[in-house]
Design a binder for this molecule. Structure first.
Ligand SMILES: *Cc1c(COP(=O)(O)O)cnc(C)c1O
Length: 403
């Protein structure tokens, strides 16, 4: 086995060697990039983190999978985030290497034994999520002797919800199983919790209230003391023609449900991903060919635009040159040879858009860079930091970009 070597398949985002201007237009004028250029807005990310922390009455755990770029993690730290929701050993190692003080929570319900062991012994991870008796046994074995320090969080299943990205199918213990797991875990936990995930880009505050009611029922039936209620991620951001309820509608719904369920004494956790970072990055793409209403561009569903493919997200777009032409709807083809590398949009751009033009695609800080692949050799992309405001503002985040 010593000959076996593991390597990542995706080229790291490349940074420019010299200092660059701090606006998207000026950077693109200077670099004239033929590969996708990720434009990071650290001030926007720090502002969103501050706004979320101010609105949410508990610990804010950033869901690292959403965007693990170190500059993004630094901006979140700048915005006061000290807790990180990690799902893999790679994420645990990354966060620990950057922030010796961070509280890391291992929130994947099915973990490799070696990952649990290394997280526990080497990285000071104390909290582990589970949704099965098998995983509870695995955690107890790999963290043996840790009853007085261990945090155990039971993830409960939710019925299929209304979120744009449903997450109900894969994880979560059914009601009776969750009750049994809380009882079984109690003697082995310094801190016991219940968690759920309503699904990503959830536009309905009542979804959190319904999930909290389910958590309350499980906790009452278990009849054991529980210290933590983790209301998960899912908080939505703005996309073209989607203006979500303000963040306060979600935090209010959560606070009311917590009080109604008699859970006010519990420590509250949230696991936002998208809401903290979506506005914090855009990607500048270039048009390589135009065929009527379809643009062949240099990034696509195997790159940072995965969610524009089958999930059908429409992202805000902006042509990076002046044009007096009326807006027209366009679809995109990405650069790979797969005909599934298609983004139907519609993306509204000036009707005279042509080969060589640059287009800025916004709201890609969440699930953009993190979903890139190396398919077909199109894995190179650059990254710059800019001070521009995001292409779309999400209500409730009071984002003050230092533009
Ligand atoms: C992906 C994920 C999150 C973050 O979800 P968002 O919709 O980005 O807020 C939080 N918790 C868990 C367990 C997840 O899998």
């Amino acid at each position: 086995m010593t000959d076996l070597r593991f390597r990542g398949a995706v080229a790291p985002l490349r940074r420019a060697a010299q200092p660059l201007p701090r606006s998207v237009d000026a950077v693109v004028a200077r670099l004239r990039p033929e590969e996708p250029l990720h434009c990071l807005r650290p001030a926007t990310i720090a502002g969103a983190a501050q706004a979320f922390r101010a609105a949410f009455p508990g610990h804010v755990l950033y869901a690292v999978k959403c965007n693990p770029e170190p500059a993004v993690l630094r901006a979140l730290w700048e915005g006061g985030v000290r807790h990180f929701d990690c799902a893999s050993l790679g994420e645990v190692r990354l966060v620990r290497s950057m922030f010796p003080e961070a509280a890391i929570h291992f929130m994947h319900p099915v973990k490799a034994r070696g990952a649990i062991r290394e997280a526990w012994t080497r990285h000071g991870v104390r909290d582990f999520v589970l949704d099965s008796a098998a995983e509870l046994a695995k955690i107890l074995e790999e963290t043996a002797g840790g009853d007085a320090r261990r945090g155990l969080v039971v993830r409960i299943a939710l019925p299929k919800g209304s979120a744009m990205y449903d997450l109900s199918g894969k994880f979560g213990a059914a009601h009776a199983d969750a009750v049994a797991l809380l009882r079984a875990a109690r003697p082995h936990a310094a801190k016991l919790g219940v968690s759920f995930h309503v699904g990503s880009q959830c536009l309905e505050p009542a979804a959190y209230a319904r999930a909290i009611a389910l958590a309350g029922a499980v906790i009452r039936e278990a009849g054991v003391p529980v210290e933590v209620l983790d209301v998960g991620g899912g908080y939505p951001v703005a996309y073209p023609e989607i203006t979500p309820p303000p963040l306060s509608a979600f935090t209010t719904a959560i606070a009311i449900a917590v009080a109604e369920q008699g859970l006010g004494a519990l420590e509250l956790w949230a696991e936002p991903g998208r809401a903290l970072v979506a506005g914090g990055a855009s990607v500048v793409i270039q048009v390589q060919q135009r065929r009527d209403g379809t643009l062949y561009v240099n990034d696509g569903v195997y790159g940072a635009l995965s969610d524009a493919g089958v999930p059908g997200f429409r992202f805000p777009v902006r042509l990076l040159r002046g044009s007096s032409a009326d807006l027209a709807p366009f679809a995109f083809f990405g650069p790979t040879c797969d005909s599934a590398d298609y983004m139907k949009g519609p993306f509204l751009l000036p009707a005279d858009v042509q080969e060589g033009d640059w287009i800025e695609v916004g709201q890609l800080g969440a699930y953009g860079a993190s979903l890139r692949t190396a398919f077909n050799g199109f894995d190179r992309a650059g990254i710059v930091e800019v001070a521009d405001a995001p292409l779309l503002e999400t209500p409730g985040y009071g984002i003050a970009a230092a533009a």
